[in-house]
Write a protein that binds this ligand. Structure first.
Ligand code: 6PG
Length: 238
C-alpha cells in the first residue's frame, strides 16, 4: 500500500480547486482504463465547495457525466428530502447542476430500515462493479471527510464499524449521536485507486495529527494512493 501524503493549502478555496483538479484527473484515467468512472462522494460540509466547483462551467465540461457513476461512502438514516441527508447536499450542489443520467446516481436509501438500506446498497455496488460475493471494489476515487473525533465515512471510534468488519456496507449505530448510519466499511474502500481526504478548520487539527500517525478510524484507511488535502488551519501543527 502506498503511503499517505499530506498537502497543505492556504485556504479552503485552494483546497477545493486542487480536489477538483484531482477529480478530473481520476475521471480521465478511469475513462482511458475502462470507459467509465466511479466516484464515491463524502458527506458533511467540507466537500460542498468542491461539489459546487465541479458543477461550475469551468469544470463540469471536463467530465463526461454519462460515463460517470456517483456513489456515497455513507448516509444518515433520513429521507432524501431531509436537511441532514448527504444525498440532498450533493444533489443541490452538484447533481442538479450537471447532466448526469439518473441511473448513474446511486443513492443510499436512508429512509429504509438501516440494515435493509445497507444490504441493498452492498448489492447495488456488487451489481455495478460485477463483483462476486467476496469481491472488493476498486473505486476510481473516494472522497472522505474527517471528523474532529477521527471518524471518517460513518466509521466512528468505538462503534461496530470501527472493528474492521468484513463486507461492503453496514448499518452502524453511533451512541454519541444516538442515531443509526449506513456506511461503507473501511474494507470496501481499501482497494480504491485514489482516496482524497478533505480536511479544513482548526477544529480538525488534533484528528489530523492523529490520523497521520495511523490513529482513529481515519488513520486505518488504506488505498493505492491516499492524499490528505488540508488547509493551514487544520495543518497548523506541521
Ligand atoms: C457524514 C460524513 C462524515 C464527515 C465528517 C466531517 O456523513 O457526516 O461522511 O464522515 O465527512 O463528519 O464532516 P464536516 O466536513 O462537516 O466537518
Amino acid at each position: 500500500m502506498a503511503g499517505r501524503r499530506l498537502i497543505v493549502f492556504d485556504d479552503s478555496a485552494a483546497l477545493a480547486r486542487a480536489a477538483a483538479d484531482s477529480f478530473v484527473e481520476s475521471f480521465h484515467a478511469a475513462l482511458g482504463e475502462k470507459g467509465f468512472f466511479i466516484a464515491v462522494l463524502s458527506g458533511g460540509g467540507t466537500p460542498i465547495e468542491l461539489y459546487k466547483l465541479i458543477a461550475s462551467p469551468e469544470y463540469s465540461g471536463k467530465i463526461d457525466w454519462a460515463s460517470t457513476h456517483l456513489l456515497w461512502g455513507d448516509e444518515r438514516c433520513v429521507s432524501p428530502e431531509d436537511g441532514l441527508s448527504n444525498f440532498k447536499s450533493a444533489f443541490e450542489t452538484l447533481i442538479s447542476r450537471v447532466d448526469i443520467p439518473q441511473q448513474n446516481v446511486h443513492r443510499i436509501r436512508g429512509e429504509l430500515p438501516p440494515h435493509e438500506a445497507a444490504s441493498e446498497y452492498g448489492e447495488e455496488i456488487r451489481a455495478l462493479l460485477g463483483l462476486g460475493p467476496d469481491g472488493l471494489p476498486g473505486f476510481d476515487l473516494v472522497l472522505l471527510g474527517l471528523g474532529a473525533d477521527g471518524h471518517t465515512l460513518s466509521v466512528f471510534p468505538d462503534t461496530g464499524a470501527s472493528a474492521s468488519p468484513k463486507g461492503l456496507v453496514m448499518a452502524n449505530y453511533v451512541p454519541k449521536l444516538r442515531s443509526w448510519r449506513v456506511t461503507m466499511t473501511l474494507e470496501a474502500i481499501s482497494r480504491a485507486k485514489k482516496t482524497l481526504f478533505l480536511v479544513a478548520g482548526k477544529e480538525k487539527a488534533d484528528a489530523l495529527k492523529g490520523m497521520l500517525k495511523g490513529d482513529y478510524p481515519a488513520g486505518a484507511v488504506q488505498g493505492e494512493e491516499v492524499l490528505v488535502l488540508a488547509d493551514k488551519e487544520a495543518a497548523g501543527f506541521i
